[in-house]
Design a protein around this ligand. Structure first.
Ligand code: ZN
Length: 119
C-alpha cells in the first residue's frame, strides 16, 4: 500500500486496462503471494513467465528477466531514453520522466498500462 498515492486515469484505453494498473500500485493484484496471504490455495507459487522465482507483483512486472527484456524492447520501439524500472509505481508514472509532448506522454503511458494488463 502506498499512502497518499493518487493514480492518474488514462482515458485512451478501456477501463479494464486502467483498472488493473490502478490495482497494481497498492499491491491488490491476485498474485500467488497475495493469494497465499488470504489462504487461497495456488497450484504453483513460481513466476508464470520465467518459472524461477516466487510470483509477486514486483517480480512479474519489474524484476523478471524476461519482462526486463520486454521493457527494453518497448523503450526501443517507442524511442525513449533508456530507463530502469525500480518498482511498479515507476511503470505507471514512467511517462512523466521524459520530456514528451502531452499526446506522446499519454500514448506512452497507455502502452505501459496495456503491457501491465497483458502481463
Ligand atoms: Zn519471472
Amino acid at each position: 500500500m502506498v499512502p497518499g498515492y493518487v493514480f492518474d486515469w488514462n482515458g485512451l484505453f478501456p477501463k479494464k486496462v486502467v483498472f488493473v494498473a490502478w490495482r497494481v500500485v497498492p499491491g491488490r493484484l491476485p498474485t500467488s503471494d497475495t493469494l497465499k496471504k488470504r489462504y487461497i490455495p495456488v497450484s504453483s507459487t513460481l513466476c508464470p513467465i520465467c518459472g524461477e522465482v516466487e510470483e509477486t507483483v514486483e517480480h512479474v512486472l519489474v524484476s523478471c528477466g524476461i519482462v526486463q527484456t520486454l521493457w527494453s524492447l518497448i523503450s526501443l520501439w517507442c524511442k525513449t531514453p533508456d530507463f530502469i524500472i525500480f518498482c511498479v509505481r515507476d511503470l505507471v508514472e514512467l511517462h512523466k520522466f521524459f520530456s514528451f509532448r502531452k499526446e506522446k506522454a499519454n500514448l506512452f503511458n497507455a502502452i505501459c498500462l496495456v503491457v501491465v494488463w497483458c502481463l
